[in-house]
Design a protein around this ligand. Structure first.
Ligand code: AGP
Length: 367
């Protein structure tokens, strides 16, 4: 049957509001709330013996993979390669037998990702796919499917599938870390608690809708927008820039905040808004000083932060959105939500066809 918009203006708006729900549903499938432990489906290989992972995906799913790499490397101490699926085969990376091929896709039908999956298949790699459509072509060709429980995503711009992918990758990280002896029970409980807390924190993001709309008023006037982030917030910036381009047709570029001084800072003047994602973490001060440099050159700062960072950020930002402070581990999941909401509000102001942006298809079945 057809799915309604439940009173929302667009499917995208409805799906944005489903973030808390789908994070919760996905966790329900992967976490035992009583013991606060992650439960993976039975695997046909030993996670402890995997020497390396290669992650591949397209578009937003690729950015989810980049955040997954931060987690797998930092928490599970597993070396990770990552490529966009359309390029992976050309790099033809030498892969150790028994490595983990981690494919991420909402639809499970993306031609580039499917081709990457098949090329990994030839190399005695374990194929684990993170998929929203569990009866898809990629599902049939994978050794293991880790399902995102996001429900059907209608809007061409991916929203809730992305946070569900991150939720699965976070759980996979915890299970991998445990298998590799990098996480004791107490530490696992701590990380799982941060995940279980997330649906409530995500629901609070919608209290910031007015602040996000105020930001959108500044972005909609721009021809170019620069998105900045450091560490696991860099892929969040990339996701924000892609979403803005995709549905508002405004040119946006994401940069690792520290890389700006190596080139793009020359672009900055009052006409280029700078959208930055800066929760209070170990990289907070460094990112803030990058923003100061941009401001000194006339840059207008639109900043997403959290309650702990708000005071410092308010001193330099023209507009700011303050989210609840959460554990560093889950911060990229939470910070993604307002960044996607900003793109949505800008597109609404521009009056574009939000759910069906020009030239784009929901699932791209050609290479
Ligand atoms: C995201 O907003 C885009 N529409 C696009 O980048 C998408 O994430 C990409 O095409 C991958 O699709 P998939 O997850 O279905 O494989």
């Amino acid at each position: 049957g057809s799915i309604g918009k439940d009173g929302y203006r667009h499917y995208m708006e409805k799906e944005l509001h489903e973030h808390p729900l789908v994070i919760g549903q996905t966790l329900q499938r992967m976490v035992d709330p009583a013991s606060r432990r992650v439960l993976l489906p039975e695997l046909p290989f030993d996670l402890a013996k995997v020497p390396r992972a290669v992650i591949t995906a397209c578009g937003s799913a690729f950015f989810a993979g980049m955040i997954g790499r931060y987690w797998l490397e930092e928490i599970a101490r597993l070396p990770v390669d990552i490529d966009v699926a359309s390029e992976m085969r050309y790099r033809n990376p030498p892969l150790t037998e028994g490595s983990l091929g981690l494919l991420i896709s909402q639809s499970g039908e993306t031609a580039d990702t499917l081709a990457a999956l098949r090329s990994l298949r030839e190399k005695a790699i374990h194929i684990v796919s993170v998929l929203n459509v569990e009866h898809s072509t990629m599902a049939r060709e994978s050794d293991v499917v880790l399902g995102t429980v996001a429900g059907p995503e209608i809007s061409v711009a991916s929203t809730k599938a992305f946070t569900a992918q991150l939720t699965v990758l976070a759980c996979l990280t915890i299970a991998t870390a445990r298998a590799r002896g990098k996480l004791d029970t107490l530490a696992e409980e701590h990380l799982v608690s941060a995940l279980l807390d997330l649906p409530s924190r995500a629901a609070e993001v919608f209290n910031q809708t007015d602040a996000i709309r105020a930001m959108a008023q500044l972005v909609v006037e721009a021809r170019d927008v620069l998105y900045l982030g450091r560490g696991s917030m860099f892929p969040v910036a990339m996701e924000g820039a892609l979403k803005l381009k995709e549905i508002s047709y405004i040119h946006a570029e994401a940069y690792a905040a520290g890389e700006m001084k190596h080139g793009p800072i020359s672009l900055i003047d009052r006409t280029v808004p700078i959208v930055a994602t800066v929760p209070s973490n170990a990289l907070f001060e460094k990112t803030l000083s990058n923003l100061q440099e941009a401001k000194a050159r006339g840059g207008r700062l639109l900043v997403f932060t959290d309650t702990k960072g708000a005071e410092r950020v308010s001193a330099i930002a023209e507009q700011m959105v303050v989210l609840p402070h959460v554990h560093d581990f889950v911060a990229p999941i939470l910070q993604t939500i307002p960044v996607q909401m900003l793109a949505y509000e800008v597109a609404v102001l521009k009056g574009t066809d939000v759910d069906q942006p020009r030239n784009l298809a929901k699932s791209v079945t050609v290479e």
